[in-house]
Design a protein around this ligand. Structure first.
Ligand code: NAD
Length: 223
């Protein structure tokens, strides 16, 4: 039985690794693996075993020395910490190329998310359906479903307005794809996804390797 660690402060770098551990554990379960050692899990995730054990120690006391972790228990604990033990509803604002691609992606359900509502302003799109979900005008946004997350996939110019509409509808968690900062109240969890920035970070590491900048990287951003 895992100890109650619900008040533990988990470092952001550990949180960022939890989805990787979860994915590898789910793969292992798919191969009917019941028990896994920290070395095996570390190898699957491309991490070192000491770091993995430290990361998991923030979540509770799992595993038996010399035996390993119970795959099902670890999946259930990590899912609990990631808030994905039950499927969360997601509302996407902006049904352009990105919004439609997100809606048509089949892999979110396995990760604990399902797109249940989609919004746009374009009269040519409103009323049509994407992946079985009807596009509603953003002015008619419904009250958030329990545990819902809002996603912004509008152009930068529409992102602030989209955020305000989401917050007014009761969303307190927003994932923003638009290349602009959005202002929300202090109690709203906002994350920004930027594919270009990620490529630039890889570019930084490539530049280091190419010895254009010989200074070593002290950061753990490659973790
Ligand atoms: P797009 O122009 O194809 O689609 C944007 C959609 O948003 C359109 O359907 C438009 O009618 C709708 N829209 C505009 N204002 C709105 C508003 N206020 N409320 C609701 N809907 C509104 O754009 P796209 O190529 O799908 O890109 C969408 C956004 O995602 C852009 O901001 C783009 O820069 C960004 N993007 C980010 C990444 C990333 O990695 N973060 C990658 C690709 C695109």
């Amino acid at each position: 039985m895992a100890k109650d660690m619900s008040n533990t402060k988990v470092p952001p770098t550990t949180i960022a690794r939890l989805p990787i551990y979860l994915r590898c554990l789910q793969d292992a379960r798919g191969r009917r693996v019941d028990l896994i050692s920290s070395f095996e899990l570390a190898e699957l995730t491309g991490r070192n075993a000491a770091q993995l054990r430290k990361d998991l120690s923030y979540l509770g006391e799992f595993g038996t020395r010399g035996v390993g972790y119970e795959v099902d228990e670890l999946i259930s604990q990590i899912s609990k910490w990631l808030g994905t033990s039950t499927v969360r509803p997601v509302a996407v604002v902006g049904m352009g190329r990105l919004g439609q691609a997100l809606c048509n992606y089949q892999g979110f359900l396995d990760k604990g998310f399902t797109i249940t509502r989609v919004y746009d302003v374009d009269p040519d799109k409103v009323g049509k359906s994407i992946a079985g979900v009807e596009i509603v005008h953003i002015d008619k946004i419904e009250k958030v479903e329990p545990g819902g997350i809002g996603v912004i996939a509008t152009p930068a110019a529409g992102a602030q307005e989209a955020a305000e509409k989401l917050v007014a509808a009761g969303f307190n968690a927003i994932l923003n794809f638009a290349p602009v900062n959005i202002e929300t109240g202090p109690d709203i969890c906002v994350r920004h996804v930027d594919f270009a920035s990620e490529l630039q970070i890889i570019g930084f590491h490539l530049a280091q390797k190419e010895e254009r900048f010989p200074a070593p990287c002290y950061d753990d951003c490659c973790d």
